[in-house]
Ligand binder design. Structure first.
Ligand SMILES: Nc1ncnc2c1ncn2[C@@H]1O[C@H](COP(=O)(O)OP(=O)(O)OP(=O)(O)O)[C@@H](O)[C@H]1O
Ligand SMILES: [Mg+2]
Length: 325
């Protein structure tokens, strides 16, 4: 009988990627301030934050593209400063397309493969595998300048996975792609996860973080302000819930705002496009009181919607601002 492989507690706990105390300033501006997190093999970790939060700066340091002011970065326990072999454990798919537009896809991949010290049959196999993974085999020998934006994004991704890194970093990989390419990218990311790759996924699309990421770090102004599973982050909101009340045309919006805003348990009430947006403790339970107060004031609710809290609400609560500008 085969004996099960013994995994010690320390092995189990050893993350594929460990980042600790990461810091970077540009002149007087602190772009990344004490950022730290770990990612396990086979886990997708999302770094979610608005424009300028410090996502690209953080991952550029992790990928060794940008020098850091401070911080520790290890992959499988190996310091990334240990040399080229350590660096090669990481793959990065940058936010900007980094392809030679006057070369074919195959030639681009050949170039990147050589950068990672691949050659001969292993390089040939790696190129074949990467092209298949992103669904570009039939277009492999076309000039990349003739590709659509989504196809270029997919090739950008292929360049990052060519050398089968243990840790793959994706910087907003779906910006500007159509739903079909987006879904192809999601499938590929999930397949890579399932084969044990640790994935760091940055985005400012809440829906992508919710769909793909086992754990999410929310970054704002260079700091990691919250971390957890989607459910943990939402639970941190307590019992707050959002209610949207559609108002009739003749209703005074300022008055509705004032009346509902003054009710017990209501944290905020703002009118936007004829809808009263209310955040209230146990939102749905306070609905009768809201509707009665409005009716007493002569305003008629034309529609009512209780909105499930999401990561946007977590961000809003922690920063007072919306995730997207
Ligand atoms: N090379 C640089 N020189 C000066 N400031 C920089 C440089 N790179 C980034 N910054 C600044 O650092 C901050 C973080 O930028 P970063 O690109 O990391 O944000 P981001 O979270 O990736 O945003 P986005 O979602 O727009 O890509 C911003 O204030 C930015 O202006
Ligand atoms: Mg960025």
């Amino acid at each position: 009988m085969e004996r099960p492989v013994q995994v010690t507690a320390s092995e189990q706990a050893k993350p594929a990627l460990l980042v600790r105390g990461l810091r970077k300033s540009f002149g007087a501006r602190v772009a990344v301030d004490s950022v730290g997190f770990t990612i396990a093999a086979g886990e997708i970790y999302g770094l979610l934050g608005p424009n300028g939060a410090g996502k690209t700066t953080s991952i550029s340091m992790i990928a060794g593209i940008l020098a850091r002011d401070a911080g520790e970065i290890t992959v499988d326990g190996i310091d990334i400063d240990a040399g080229l072999a350590a660096r090669a454990l990481i793959g990065i798919v940058p936010q900007a397309i980094t392809l030679y537009l006057d070369l074919t896809a195959r030639e681009n991949l050949d170039f990147w493969g050589r950068m990672y010290d691949l050659s001969g049959a292993p390089l040939h196999d790696a190129i074949k595998g990467a092209l298949e993974a992103v669904g570009l085999t039939p277009r492999a020998d076309d000039i990349v300048g003739t590709y659509s934006g989504g196809m270029q994004r997919r090739l950008n991704l292929a360049c990052g996975i060519l050398h089968r890194p243990k840790v793959l970093i994706l910087d907003e990989p779906t910006v500007g792609v159509d739903p079909q390419s987006r879904s192809a990218i999601f499938d590929l990311v999930e397949r890579l996860r399932d084969t044990g790759t640790a994935i760091l996924y940055t985005t400012h699309y809440m829906e992508e973080a919710e769909r793909l990421c086992a754990r999410i770090g929310i970054i704002d102004s260079g700091r990691l302000i919250a971390e957890g599973t989607r459910d943990e982050l939402i639970a941190s909101l307590g019992h707050d819930a959002r209610v949207e009340i559609g108002l009739g045309r003749g209703d005074s919006v300022e008055r509705a705002e004032r009346i509902v805003g003054a009710l017990k348990g209501v944290r905020s009430a703002n009118v936007e496009n004829g809808h009263l947006h209310v955040v209230a403790d146990h939102g749905a339970r306070r609905l009768p009181a809201m509707l009665t107060a409005l009716l007493d004031a002569g305003a008629v609710a034309e529609s009512v919607r209780v909105v499930e809290p999401n990561l946007e609400d977590v961000f809003l609560r922690m920063t007072g601002r919306a995730l997207r500008d």
